[in-house]
Design a protein around this ligand. Structure first.
Ligand SMILES: Cc1ncc(COP(=O)(O)O)c(C=O)c1O
Length: 406
């Protein structure tokens, strides 16, 4: 069995039909498909090992708690965090960023302090900071991109000052595919300011190995569902001393040490930030996603998808009337484009008749759309379960749809 045949068997969604055609799934930046091992682990939890974690001492709970905590170990090793309790389970990237805006932002920011973001950010790395700025009186500054869609690092000199207290940025753009030079950026920020650094790794997690100690980043966030895992679980990594310094986000069960009506003291890390019953099945399922990617090897995945992407980009650029947005120095297999006088919505609807699933819209990056001078784009995002045939079907379908619509 070839590797692709094995992958085809491992991902039941690849055998799904859309409009009676083989599904060509090209929307992996929105969410990735899941291997069978992930859904089987979830079903097993619901059918055989349902119980709450950390609370009861019966052996079922003990077993489930071990499976749940194993995911923390896996992620602790995968990210090379110094301490396992630096890995916090949240609902996803969005919740992790809201947690940071509340617990870190409200704690450290004073009136006229500055939060530095970039033009590439997803709404979930903008809106929580705007809410935080309203509460604290802090101001938001924005690092621009250049014409290729790369961050213009030369502007950092002007933008950074002693007022910059938080710098939050994405490692990989979900709209243009820009792979930012994360280590270089973090080192500039550390040298020129005392800002706390936050890396939105929602897209980067599936594209690059991440070593949080090597990067020396203060906080890092991502979602399980963009890494072949279930929805409803995400990660917040934070340096231990910083997580100990900031107050909790949500209050409730599990995050407490002692509660009286007068005062509550909080549990140790990581539980201080994990109030209430978590997404137990999703956390357990996420471990299987990490194992699956490890079995393929991220480097192999990257080499395979880069070569497929190169072919896709060259075939797309040959289609008459297409305008590809951005041309970053390093690009993940994510690409945005528009056609003159063709509605993106109509285009996506037509090609879905051929079984092709792509994303259209603003991709939750409206400020970036303004910079690019468009209101929406069509976006293709590849993964290791795509192949050459997918590219051919897409390109033929796009050409056909464009002819019909223009
Ligand atoms: C770069 C980036 N940040 C944040 C998010 C938000 O992730 P979620 O909706 O899983 O919380 C996304 C989702 O597309 C993203 O691509």
């Amino acid at each position: 069995m070839s590797l692709f045949e094995k992958i085809y068997q491992d991902f039941p969604m690849l055998q799904t039909k859309m409009n009676d055609k083989r599904l060509v799934y090209l929307d992996s930046a929105a969410t990735t498909l899941k291997p069978k091992s992930v859904s089987e682990a979830i079903t097993k939890y619901y059918e055989n090992t349902t119980c709450n974690v950390h609370r009861s001492i019966h052996s079922l709970s003990e077993k489930t708690t071990i499976a749940y905590e194993k995911t923390r170990d896996t992620i602790h090793h995968a990210l090379n965090s110094k301490h396992r309790e630096e890995i916090i389970f949240t609902k996803g990237t969005t919740e992790s960023l809201n947690l940071l805006a509340r617990s870190l932002g409200d704690f450290v920011l004073k009136k006229d302090d500055e939060i530095l973001l970039t033009e590439l950010e997803h709404h979930s790395n903008i809106v929580p900071w705007q809410l935080c700025a309203e509460r604290t009186g802090a101001k938001i500054k924005v690092l621009p991109i250049d014409d290729n869609g790369d961050l213009d690092l030369s502007k950092l000199d002007v933008l950074l000052s002693e007022k910059t207290k938080i710098f939050s940025f994405s490692g990989v753009s979900n709209t243009l595919g820009t792979i930012n030079p994360v280590k270089e950026i973090l080192s500039i920020i550390k040298n020129k300011s005392s800002a706390y650094t936050i890396l939105d790794a929602a897209q980067m997690i599936s594209q690059r190995d991440i070593d949080v100690q090597d990067l020396d980043v203060d906080f890092l966030v991502f979602s399980g569902h963009k890494y072949y895992g279930p929805t409803g679980v995400g990660i917040l990594y934070g340096k231990k001393d910083l997580l100990e310094m900031i107050p909790p986000f949500h209050g409730g069960g599990d995050m407490i040490d002692k509660v009286t009506f007068e005062k509550t003291t909080y549990n140790d890390l990581p539980f201080k930030f994990e109030a209430g019953t978590p997404s137990i099945a999703s956390v357990i399922g996420l471990n299987h996603a990490f194992e699956y990617v490890k079995s393929l090897g991220k480097q192999n995945i990257q080499e395979y998808t880069s070569s497929l992407f190169k072919d896709l980009k060259s075939k797309l650029s040959e289609i008459e009337g297409i305008k590809i947005l951005g041309n970053p120095k390093k690009q993940a297999p994510i690409i945005s484009f528009v056609f003159d006088k063709v509605s993106n919505q109509d285009l996506a609807t037509l090609i879905s008749m051929d079984g092709v699933a792509i994303r259209t819209g603003h991709h939750c990056t409206q400020p970036l759309m303004n910079v690019l001078g468009v209101s929406s784009t069509a976006r293709i995002a590849l993964s290791f379960y795509n192949n050459q045939e997918d590219i051919n079907i897409l390109v033929n379908s796009l050409k056909k749809a464009k002819e019909m619509l223009s």
